[in-house]
Design a protein around this ligand. Structure first.
Ligand code: 13P
Length: 343
């Protein structure tokens, strides 16, 4: 597969102020979110929810690519048309999560390594044939007492790089996601330090594995204080720290950085992305975009509650969050956008 094709797809994923929609929750994660809202945890409920998402009017105005889960790529709308075909028809590039989850890392208490390399070449070939043009692999790095260890960072970075190389071989753009988790009482400075180290090691491994940087997307965390840190920095300080960290560690050849939301409140995730683009957009080598799951979906899921009668209202909420994040890419998101939605 030519790298021109990969570069073109990667650029399209961050073009026109759009971003990615992560709708690739594994069945256990999806079920957990459903259970909290009293939604039945069934194959049909998960299918109906994903149909609600992909049929949201206007979605492709704000979303360039959608990341699906293995169960979802095999599912169809009620009218018999598959989700991959539906997305492709409306101009949204279908993607697929291919790691098989974060498992305990041997001899490293409290740390995890994402698995899924075995058989990945064959799975990628199958997904490509089905119409997927990019993939995602998420590694999780927890900050804690003495953690992360070098062993954890290196194991995850190497797996990310091997995954990315396999994706490019298969003609699919790798979305490389090393997520430094928000859980804990660590400071923003500590998150900065860990994120910088992780990104440096990830890019070193990507280089060693000959990954074409122009044909990939980086999906990192924002640089944030831990959820239970008493000192929670203001939006502009988060924006400054995040961009400073990325400038140190992410090569200019990468076309786009699409943040995960990581459990931030949806409005705050938009405000922080907006602040980065307001303050730095014209001076950055890469696009700063989004690849949110919860920060786009959560309000819609709460409205839907598994009921057909709530589908339209839920779709409006989903579209609203997608639009807020498109505006945040432009540096034109305002709190008024949230108020006008509620009236
Ligand atoms: P959140 O935006 O909910 O963190 O999810 C993004 C994602 O895809 C995690 O892998």
């Amino acid at each position: 597969m030519s790298s021109r094709h990969l570069i073109d797809t990667a650029r399209r994923l961050v073009a026109d102020d759009k971003g990615l929609l992560a709708m690739d929750e594994s069945n256990p994660t999806c079920d957990r979110r459903f259970a909290r809202l009293g939604i039945p945890q069934t194959v049909e409920a998960r299918r109906a929810y994903r149909e609600l998402i992909v049929t949201t009017p206007g979605l492709s105005e704000c979303i360039s690519g959608a990341i699906l889960y293995d169960e979802t790529v095999h599912q169809k709308k009620k009218n018999g048309i598959g989700f991959i075909e539906t997305l492709t028809d409306i101009g949204i590039i279908p993607g697929i999560k291919v790691d098989t989850g974060a498992k305990s890392l041997a001899l490293h208490p409290g740390e995890k390594v994402s698995e899924g390399l075995d058989g990945l070449r064959e799975r990628l070939a199958k997904y490509y044939e089905m119409g997927a043009r990019f993939a995602k692999w998420r590694a999780v790095i927890a900050i804690g007492d003495g953690n992360p260890s070098r062993g954890c960072i290196e194991a995850n970075a190497q797996a990310l790089a091997r995954y990315a190389a396999l994706c490019q071989e298969a003609g699919m753009v790798p979305v490389v996601e090393p997520e430094v988790l928000m859980d804990g009482s660590h400071t923003l400075e500590r998150c900065f330090e860990v994120t910088e180290e992780v990104l440096r090691i990830v890019f070193n491994q990507l280089y060693i594995q000959s990954v074409t940087l122009e044909g990939m997307i980086l999906k990192p965390n924002m640089v944030l204080p831990g959820l239970s840190c008493p000192n929670q920095e203001a939006t502009d300080e988060v924006a400054d720290a995040t961009v400073k960290c990325l400038l140190r560690a992410v090569p200019a050849a990468v076309p786009g950085i699409t943040f995960l939301s990581g459990g931030q409140p949806a409005e705050l995730a938009s405000a922080r992305l907006n602040a980065m683009n307001v303050r730095f957009k014209s001076r950055l080598p890469w696009a700063l975009a989004f690849s949110f799951a919860r920060a786009i979906q959560q309000p819609a899921l709460q409205i839907w509650q598994g009921k057909e009668a709530n589908v339209l209202a839920a779709q409006q909420a989903l579209y609203h969050r997608a639009r807020c994040n498109r505006e945040a890419r432009r540096g034109e998101y305002t709190v008024q956008m949230e108020k006008s939605e509620r009236t």
